[in-house]
Design a protein around this ligand. Structure first.
Ligand code: GYE
Length: 307
């Protein structure tokens, strides 16, 4: 019957369609693209009206978008904050307008907890820790100093800060691990490549590149190859995300290890939007389920990988 095909009726208390305003970071990585698709698809499936705004990596654009969502009187505002600080003023405006806010993917730092209703996303500290612990294990049977280059994500963003902290905590008791360079590649492939090229001009004695996301790792792989070094043999690249291109590089042996960070937040986000719009209680924090991949595991997982 027709009814069986219709989307579920996620309606606001007054019977109208729920409207969610979403402010996205940008389109800096494969992760972000998959996340945007997931959010669009899930809104469509849930019968929720999505007003989507791309901030092109700029906090000022996100603040403008949130103010416009407030003006439009959307039912719920959701956003993935570019950086952690500087949100108190605009979120206070949302609260004064009575519009609930959901943090998606990235956390913020704020003085008052009641500026948002819930936060759905990964445990970034854990991701960094998993990479560090895996390396410690990997090098247990390989003596000598381990010289690590770190390619950090966007400065001031929750994933960059937390992944750096988790990684450092994991290698803390291992003085043979030395972070010989740590620079931001802003989560993009071209910047990852440019930063790696610059580092290689003065230092070719590198054992490991720890990239905060696959895209920067892929950029670094290009730079290493251009410098005559073979990723996977001369230098081990370890990263976070596990998007298709990263998984391919891992299956091919160019990458050595990836900790997963899932971008498929759309369905859970729309479920939260529906509950919040209807005044139902939701947990204050929802942590995404994730795993890790070695080269063999990537080979096995790749055929079914959705993104
Ligand atoms: O790891 C990176 C993206 O916030 C978890 O942002 C996200 C990160 C992701 O650009 O690829």
């Amino acid at each position: 019957s027709l009814a069986a095909c219709a989307p579920p009726e996620n309606l606001a208390a007054d019977g109208s369609k729920i409207v969610v305003g979403f402010s996205q970071v940008g389109a800096e990585s494969g992760w972000r693209t998959a996340n945007t698709v997931s959010i669009h698809d899930a809104a469509l499936d849930a019968g929720i009206k999505l007003r989507f705004s791309d901030a092109q990596g700029k906090q000022a654009n996100q603040i403008t978008a949130i103010r416009s969502f407030i003006k439009q009187r959307v039912d719920v505002i959701a956003f993935s904050p570019v950086v952690e600080t500087g949100w108190d003023e605009v979120l206070t405006e949302a609260r004064q307008a009575g519009i609930p806010v959901i943090l998606t993917d990235r956390a913020i730092r704020t003085t008052s907890k009641d500026l948002y209703t819930t936060f759905i996303g990964s445990d970034f500290v854990k991701e960094g820790t998993l990479v560090g612990e895996w390396l410690v294990d990997y090098y247990a049977s390989r003596p000598g100093t381990v010289r690590v280059v770190e390619l950090r994500g966007t400065t001031g963003s929750a994933p960059a800060t937390d992944r750096a902290a988790g990684f450092r905590a994991a290698i803390k008791g291992e003085p043979r691990f030395q972070i010989v360079a740590s620079r931001t590649g802003d989560f993009t492939r071209p910047k990852g490549e440019a930063v790696m090229r610059a580092i290689l001009k003065t230092d070719r004695d590198i054992d490991v590149v720890f990239a905060h996301n696959d895209d920067m790792g892929l950029g670094a792989a290009k730079a290493l190859e251009a410098a005559g070094l073979q990723p996977g043999r001369d230098v081990r690249i370890v990263s976070i995300d596990a998007v298709r291109d990263g998984m391919k590089a891992l299956a091919e042996g160019r990458f050595t290890f990836i900790a997963e960070c899932s971008p498929l937040l759309g369905p859970q986000l729309m479920d939260l939007v529906n509950k919040i719009a209807n005044g139902q209680p939701v947990p204050p924090r929802i942590v995404t389920q994730e795993t890790t991949f070695t080269q063999e595991q990537a080979k096995a997982a790749l055929p079914d990988r959705k993104y």
